[in-house]
Ligand binder design. Structure first.
Ligand code: NCD
Ligand code: ZN
Length: 344
């Protein structure tokens, strides 16, 4: 049985760090594990200009503890009227991607896209400049069952979009269904997908075990076990189209433990440990390095990292909560022991 594994330093290709005082807690957690992370732009108000992305990057860099090397990779938030010109400025500023949130799909997505056709001139500019499109792949229609929204999005939105922009690199973020895993696996090299640790470890029962458990609620919501199994198969397949993106999404505990609790699971404090657990459960630890450390960088056209991290099979219990500005942040599995531990 493997008790220790050393990997090339990994990257997180989908991360929320918020802003202000929250950065002081969450940025060090990610920087302790990952060399780089794709920073989601769904602030209030969202990051829609190159200048805002550069200023946000500076704030994140200021929260990296001395002696740690961590590079935030910035994204812009796609709206119905993000000007194509902004794409050129973004490229010059080092922004690597633009995030598409269908309006109303998830946390802070009110300014998102109401009709994808309104963004075509901007998508054209992105295809030309080599800026990636990152997709929250869920339709928002109340007529579509919550659990079917990803599969419907693929048919209704993503397939037409990819036909119209065949050379735009697209990442389907945090996929949660077998339909998405199959679609990505069968697509050409311009489509990839990120997978979270929580969608590899849990099915939807986790939200309802012994009472409603708001800390397991995220979007896209956890699905049936058949889907979780398909996601684990994709992540551990060695197919380079599938790579790591935690979607670690911190919220104040009092807003998750609430009548209308926010969507988002916080995993950054122990992300690699949770992925190791999921890969170990199917005897696929040998596939973790490609998924965590190589395939995302290759897809984005960025250099692979140097340096390593080591994970040990050694039970430990992370803190039950962290400071989050004035509030409290409860991580996923708060108070529970984890079987894998990052060696320091
Ligand atoms: C994210 C957040 O809180 O910003 N929430 C979530 O449930 N994943 C938004 C998102 O990525 O959908
Ligand atoms: Zn997210």
């Amino acid at each position: 049985m493997t008790r220790e594994i050393t990997l090339t330093r990994p990257d997180d290709w989908h991360l929320h760090v918020r802003d202000g005082a929250a950065l002081e807690t969450v940025v060090p957690h990610t920087a302790a594990q990952f060399a780089r992370a794709i920073i989601m732009p769904n602030l209030k108000p969202p990051v829609t200009t190159a200048a805002q992305a550069v200023a946000y990057r500076d704030r994140i860099r200021s929260a990296v503890p001395a002696g740690m090397a961590f590079e935030p990779l910035m994204t812009l938030y796609l709206t119905d009227n993000l000007p194509p010109d902004e794409i050129r400025r973004a490229k010059e500023a080092g922004v690597v991607a633009v995030k598409l949130y269908p309006a109303g799909a998830t946390t802070n997505s009110d300014a998102g896209v109401t009709d994808i056709r309104k963004t075509y001139a901007t998508l054209e500019a992105m295809q030309r400049e080599g800026i990636l499109l990152l997709v929250h792949g869920e339709v928002t229609s109340p007529d579509i069952d919550l659990f079917d929204r990803e599969a419907v999005f693929i048919e209704e939105q993503l397939m037409p979009l990819r036909r119209d922009f065949p050379e735009l690199k697209v990442v389907m973020e945090h996929i949660t269904t077998k339909e998405a895993a199959h679609y990505v696996a069968s697509a050409d090299r311009y489509l990839g997908a990120t997978l979270t640790a929580h969608h590899l470890l849990y099915n939807r029962n986790a939200i309802f075990t012994g009472g409603i458990r708001p800390h397991y609620y995220c979007l896209p919501v956890l699905k049936r076990e058949t889907h979780r199994v398909a996601l684990v198969a994709a992540a551990t397949s060695g197919n380079p189209k599938f790579f790591l993106g935690t979607d670690s999404a911190p919220h104040p505990a009092h807003l998750k433990e609430h009548a209308t609790g926010c969507a988002g699971c916080y995993t950054a404090h122990a992300a690699m440990e949770m992925y190791a657990e999921a890969f170990d459960a199917v005897g696929a630890l040998d596939k973790l390095e490609g998924f965590a450390s190589f395939f995302g960088a290759d897809f984005y056209g960025l250099p692979r990292n140097t340096g390593t991290i080591t994970l040990r099979k050694e039970s430990w219990t992370p803190p039950e909560s962290f400071a989050f500005g004035e509030a409290e942040l409860k991580p996923l599995r708060s108070g529970e022991a984890l079987p894998w531990r990052l060696a320091v």
